[in-house]
Ligand binder design. Structure first.
Ligand code: C2G
Length: 161
C-alpha cells in the first residue's frame, strides 16, 4: 500500500497544521508523531493559505514556524501554501506516514496510494478557538468586575482556610 518504503528502515512522518497560539494539544500531537518515527516534518500553514481556509491567526506565520521548528521533537518545518501540495511533499521527502488529528478523519484518505495515513485522537479540552474565546471574554470583562470577583474569591478562600 505504501509507495515509500522506509529508507534504511528510517520512518519519516509529515503532518500539517496552523499551530496558532501553540498549546499542549499541539505539543502532544507532535510528540506522539515523533514516537512513531525517526524524522518528523511539520508543514505550517502560511497566513495567505489560512485566509483561503477562512481562518485568521493571532500569531504570524514566521513566528508560528519558528516556534514549531524549535520544538525538540520536530526535525524540519516547511510552509503549507496550498491544499494540493501534499502529494508533491510526500514524494519529495520520501514520506512513509501522513498523520494528522482525527478532526480531519477521512479527509486525506486519498493519500493512501502514496503512503500510510494515520489519524490520531486530539487532546481533549484545549483548542486555539477556545483559548481565543476565553481571552476575548477576559479582555471584554470590565477591569473593576474582575477585581471585584477576585476580592470575593479571596474572601471565600480565607473563609475556607
Ligand atoms: N490538535 C490536537 N489536539 C488539540 C488541538 C489540535 O491533537 N486539542 C491537532 C490537530 O488535530 C492538528 C494539529 O493539532 O492535527 C494542528 O491543529 P491546527 O493548528 O488547528 O491545524 P488546522 O488548522 O486544522 O490545519 O492541511 C491541513 C491543515 O493545515 C490542518
Amino acid at each position: 500500500m505504501t509507495a515509500n518504503s522506509p529508507q534504511n528502515n528510517q520512518i519519516t512522518i509529515i503532518t500539517y497544521g496552523t499551530f496558532d497560539m501553540f498549546h499542549i494539544g499541539h505539543l502532544k500531537l507532535l510528540q506522539r508523531l515523533k514516537d512513531m518515527s525517526d524524522h518528523l516534518i511539520v508543514a505550517v500553514s502560511t497566513d495567505e493559505f489560512n485566509k483561503g481556509k477562512g481562518k485568521s491567526t493571532l500569531i504570524p506565520y514566521d513566528q508560528r514556524a519558528e516556534i514549531v521548528a524549535n520544538i525538540s521533537c520536530v526535525d524540519k518545518v516547511i510552509p503549507e501554501k496550498s491544499w494540493d501540495q501534499k502529494v508533491t511533499d510526500i514524494k519529495e521527502y520520501g514520506i512513509n506516514i501522513f498523520a494528522i488529528g482525527d478532526d480531519w478523519k477521512g479527509e486525506f484518505d486519498f493519500l493512501k496510494e502514496h503512503c500510510e495515513v494515520v489519524y490520531l485522537p486530539r487532546t481533549s479540552d484545549i483548542s486555539t478557538t477556545q483559548l481565543k474565546k476565553s481571552l476575548s471574554n477576559f479582555l471584554s470583562t470590565p477591569k473593576d468586575e474582575i477585581l471585584h470577583a477576585i476580592k470575593i474569591l479571596e474572601t471565600l478562600k480565607n473563609d475556607f482556610e
